[in-house]
Structures are given as structure tokens and as C-alpha cells.
Design a binder for this molecule. Structure first.
Ligand code: ZN
Length: 430
């Protein structure tokens, strides 16, 4: 079926990811809500420019400009065709959208001036003046598809399929020990807080003996550390400028890499963390395409699970470079994933502290359902200052801001105000 389709009172958009059909209805609806929202945003842009459904403009004759009128607001003589009163013009103000399971539907509402659907006037434009607005332009359709696919990728990367829509809450939750507060490790090198390959005492001895090769770690792209010199025997110890950074061996298998991240999560933040293969991971989180997820926090056990067979771990440099380019994550590195999941865990712990286990857990899921729907401007503003994943919903927002704060990022007061209000914790406050 074509992506674009005209109807009597409006038009529909039908593009969707190839795997959407394998998801439950709630997820299909979510996709077409994105298409609806983006489709409205784009169509308003096109109407503002005076475009028709093919992205073409039709010049207004001087006489038309002279006698232009609007029933709804002050007329701007030079405004594009169809929108004499600019944003309050009916073609824009009456445009409405709704998500269905297999399409996003757009139509023009009832017009109080003519007493009919405003589409009647738009049909007149199309038939009489050759200016047909019943559809989104091909380039606009391309933009909506690309933006929606980015949200789709972000949602998948954030383990969106673990949400209540797919994996309902209401089951019993096992109690575990209250999470330990985060220890401050900024600005000092505490090997008890670092994950190292080899026992602590061995390493301490090696340092004393001058044989310790230094803390190797992930570079900015999340790949293995490349030593910059070839001093035999010993290399200078390098310190992270701002963050607790997990050291990584130079040659790491995906298994070693993921195990190290998992150990780092437990040892540094005191949150239970486990590595699972895809079979274990998918049975724990249950949901289509969960096999691609990198890691996820499970409120039922209050532990973080790592998906050993996520494609991300096969080539982290490539994977996280894409994440960085797409501005998906505040910290697009493997360690950023650890901090992000820790952010979820600490949010849950804080909500439990404030409201008790049951109510705290309920609020945790409520935040995952709160997609900034009624705060579109706030969402756009915060997206620029944070990441795409951060504005998927308020639970992701807290996890992302935490992953930024823990490496010393600063945020505007309004971002932090929301973060605190929602239950976000400051990494180094007592
Ligand atoms: Zn998340």
C-alpha cells in the first residue's frame, strides 16, 4: 500500500518499519502516534510555505492578493496561498490527526464559518484553483519517515519493549536490599571502585613493583584503549578527566566487554547486574526485537541485565558512533549504557524511598508512560539540550540526565528542576 493516500476529508500516511507487524497493537499505535505528531508538524510547515500536496507552490495573482480576506484573523497580504491569516488560518487551525493501528489519519475539522468540514473549501481550492493540499509532500513524507524511524531506533535501543504496554505490571515484586548510595569517585582513583582484570592485591603489588600496565579504558568512541606510546614494561597511569571510567583490556571479546560493564555496574553503584545470553534476556523481558537490546533494568528484581548477544557488542565503535551521530544518547559509549540503566535503577529506588515499594513502583511505570504528550514545546526544548532517548518519556528522561550528571555534564535549571521533581538523584550529593 502506498505511504500517502488522499481521502474525502483529508489524507492518510501508512509508512511503517518492516518489523512493526510483529509487535502488539499498543506498539503499532505508538508508531502511528509518532507519525501523526510528526505528520502534523510537517504539514503545518508546508502549509505555512504555501505548498500543495506535491510540495509545489502556485503563485497568487496580484488581484487575489489585493482582495485577500480571512474569516478568522488579521490578513497578511503577502502570506502564502491558503493561509492569509497565517497560523490561525483555518487550513492550519482545523487540521487534526489521529493514530490508527495501520495508518495516521489527517483531516480538517468542522468549520464554524461555513458550517461544514473545512475540507469542502479545500476541495474547491483543488478543483477550481489547482491547489490540492490533500496530502503531505513526498519530501515531507520522507522527513516524517526518517524522524519516526529515529524514534523507533531510540525506543528499541532504550529497551522500550519492556514497558507496561507490552509487559504489564501488577505482578508481585520481590524485595531486595535497599540500594547502596553512589560513592563519590570523581577526582580520585580508587581501585576498589574500579573494575580491573586481576585481583586487587595483585594489582597493588604490581603497581609497587612498577609492573602495572596502567588502567586501560575505553576511548571516547567506546572502543578499546589504544596506547599512545610503546614504553616497555610500564606505561604512565592515565586518569579520566571527569568520569569514572571502566578500564578495558586492549583485546576484548564481547563476553569480556559485557561482563566488565556488568561488574562495573555492581561494584561502583551497588546495583545487582547480570549478563544473559539472548535466550535468557528475551525470556526475562518478553517482547519482540528484545534480542537487539543492549541492557535493561528490571523493576521486578531491581537488577540490571546485559544482553550478551546484542549486535551492539560485536562492534561497539561502529554502533556507538551511529548513536552519537543520531544524538540518541547523552553519553553514547558502553559506559553510558551502564550509567543510563543505573539511572533507571536509582529512580526506582528513590521512588520506593519516597512512596514505598508498591506506590513507588507504580509511579516508576507511570513515568514510562508519560511521553511529554501535553508538553510538546518542553519536549523540543529538552531534546536539544539532552538526547532523543531523553524525551521518549519521563522515565527515560531521568535515566539520561543521570548518565550525564554522573560524568559531570551540566544542565539548565529547568532541566534539573524536572529531574529532581520526578525523582532523579544527584550522583554526588550525600
Ligand atoms: Zn532507558
Amino acid at each position: 500500500m502506498a505511504d500517502r493516500e488522499s481521502t474525502a476529508v483529508g489524507y492518510r500516511l501508512r509508512m511503517q518499519p518492516p518489523d512493526l507487524s510483529t509487535y502488539p497493537d499498543a506498539v503499532k499505535l505508538q508508531w502511528f502516534e509518532w507519525v501523526t505528531e510528526l505528520g502534523l508538524e510537517q504539514k503545518l510547515r508546508e502549509l505555512r510555505k504555501g505548498w500543495d500536496k506535491n510540495g509545489k507552490t502556485h503563485r497568487l495573482k496580484p488581484r487575489t492578493i489585493k482582495y485577500r480576506k480571512s474569516e478568522v484573523g488579521p490578513v497578511h497580504k503577502r502570506a502564502p496561498r491558503g493561509v492569509p491569516a497565517l497560523d490561525v488560518s483555518r487550513v492550519m487551525a482545523l487540521l487534526t490527526g489521529r493514530a490508527h493501528l495501520s495508518s495516521a489519519e489527517f483531516w480538517w475539522g468542522f468549520d464554524s464559518v461555513t458550517g461544514r468540514s473545512f475540507a469542502a473549501i479545500l476541495h474547491y481550492w483543488a478543483d477550481d484553483q489547482g491547489h490540492d493540499v490533500f496530502g503531505l509532500s513526498p519530501q515531507g513524507t520522507g522527513w516524517v519517515t526518517a524522524e519516526a524511524m529515529k524514534k523507533w531506533a531510540a525506543w528499541k535501543a532504550a529497551g522500550g519493549y519492556t514497558r507496561p504496554a507490552v509487559s504489564p505490571v501488577g505482578k508481585s515484586f520481590s524485595k531486595i536490599a535497599v540500594l547502596k548510595p553512589v560513592t563519590e569517585i570523581k577526582g580520585r582513583l580508587d581501585i576498589r571502585n574500579m573494575v580491573v582484570s586481576g585481583g586487587e592485591s595483585q594489582i597493588e603489588k604490581a603497581i609497587e613493583a612498577g609492573r602495572f600496565p596502567g588502567f586501560r579504558r575505553l576511548n571516547m568512541r567506546g572502543e578499546q584503549w589504544k596506547p599512545q606510546n610503546n614504553m616497555p614494561g610500564i606505561r604512565p597511569m592515565r586518569r579520566a578527566p571527569e568520569s569514572p571510567v571502566t578500564p578495558a583490556s586492549v583485546k576484548m571479546t564481547p563476553t569480556a566487554r559485557v561482563q566488565e560493564l556488568s561488574d562495573y555496574t555492581t561494584k561502583t553503584f551497588g546495583i545487582p547486574s547480570h549478563v544473559l545470553d539472548t535466550a535468557g534476556f528475551t525470556s526475562r523481558f518478553q517482547g519482540a526485537a528484545i534480542d537487539k537490546a543492549r541492557a535493561a533494568y528490571d523493576p521486578k528484581t531491581r537488577a540490571i541485565y546485559w544482553n550478551l548477544n546484542s549486535p551492539a557488542w560485536e562492534n561497539p565503535a561502529k554502533h556507538f558512533e551511529t548513536q552519537r551521530k543520531e544524538k540518541l544518547l547523552v553519553d553514547p559509549r558502553p559506559i553510558g549504557v551502564a550509567h543510563h540503566e543505573v539511572g533507571h535503577a536509582l529512580l526506582h529506588a528513590e521512588l520506593i524511598r519516597r512512596h514505598g515499594l508498591e506506590e513507588g513502583t507504580k509511579r516508576y511505570w507511570d513515568l514510562a508512560r508519560d511521553e511529554f504528550k501535553t508538553e510538546i514545546l518542553l519536549r523540543l526544548q529538552f531534546k536539544k539540550k539532552t538526547s532523543r532517548v531523553a524525551v521518549l518519556d519521563k522515565n527515560e528522561f531521568v535515566a539520561e540526565i543521570y548518565s550525564g550528571l554522573v560524568i559531570g555534564r551540566t544542565y539548565p535549571a529547568e532541566v534539573l528542576a524536572l529531574y529532581d521533581e520526578l525523582g532523579g538523584v544527584r550522583p554526588w550529593s550525600p
